[in-house]
Design a protein around this ligand. Sequence first.
Ligand code: HEC
Length: 396
Amino acid sequence: MLSPSISRLILICCVLLTPAGFAFANAPVVVVSIEALSAEVETLETQLDDPQTLNRLIAIDDGLTVDQRPGIPAIRGRILNLLGGTGEESALEYVRRVFENQSEFRDEAAMALSLHSYRKPTNLQDWRFLIRSLTVTRGEQTVSVMKALLRYRQRATNSHWIKRVLLQTEQLNEQQRPVAIELLGHWTGLNESDPETAMKADLAFYQNWYAQKWPEEQPATWPEEPETQRWKYAPLLKTLDQTIYSADLLEQGKAVYEKASCAKCHVKGDIGQNFGPDLSGIGALRQRSELLEGILYPSLEIHEDYPTVTVLSKDGKTISGLLSAGEPGSVKIVDPKGKATLIAQSEIEEIQTSSVSNMPAGGLEQLTEQEIIALFAFLQHQENSKKPFHGESQDQ
Ligand code: HEC
């Protein structure tokens, strides 16, 4: 056995001497062609038994985190899948770190973890990652994640996750849907309590089930997008995904953030007011698709720390807004203009939570495509962070 320090030295030498010439992130990066990278990964794929291969794959992937050339996501997806497929703890740890720290690769990382979880459905942290990934996975990734979730005995039973599976089911094609329906059967308990009904159940069945169980929630379906709506989810996301973001968009993005009133409710770095969630680090937490979903359809998934309530007071007044901690014996409601009302608990007749977000929909309608692109550059930029965000050009 080599001592850890010697193996580490060997690893570093290997990394520095490899033909591809990649080093760890933050070291000067030598740009290697996509073809050369693909070729190297292909070779490494045949050498997975060699302990150095995993380290090398990790080093390559780590070196690509700020590279935004078009072929990179496919290569990284492949590397992450290879790492997940090995089931080796060091490889899985790396994939989990990617899941936590690089929102744009969360779907690929979840796919990789699903390959391992499917064979060994025991790690509860992975179970949580898989569930969380259902806001970002697409198509075959969703299928793979759901297959893995089906292997766990654990069931997600709250409205939030059931709704997510229902929304995902709508996006899957006919061949892909059965796994989603089975997962719904597993999580709702219907597979066990009433297998015959579960066998016949389809998406509409579970949508009705959901509506009956949580009548106060918005229906678990994708919002209709009327012709008159200028910015629609899928085409706009495609445009945003195809954009190469450069740091010189940030100033314009900041101006759009103020123009579109985002700053009235959200702190971001050194601007904005604190009504909704602080968006300073949102780029690391959420993928672009999630941000777009949250902005176009705020009520589809309301942030759990920001419930909307309507308070009916005993003297017949109603006050709506965000519920926040008041002094003991009272509650505080803040309306979107920032006006706070304190109401004594003894004055309250009823508090109703609402399924409509405090954030207005339609915030993008007045913006041009260029303005939206700049806004996203600004939103995804990590305030107070030295590491460039995924999608920021390399020479910044
Ligand atoms: C009137 C206040 C208000 C305005 C204006 C507003 N928001 Fe929000 N926003 C909220 C509140 C409250 C929430 C949390 C509740 C929810 O999730 O719907 C929220 C949630 C969000 C989220 C989800 C955060 C997360 O953790 O996932 C994003 C992203 C967001 N807003 C972006 C924007 C952008 C961009 C604009 C400008 C186009 C904007 N908001 C305008 C109040 C506002």
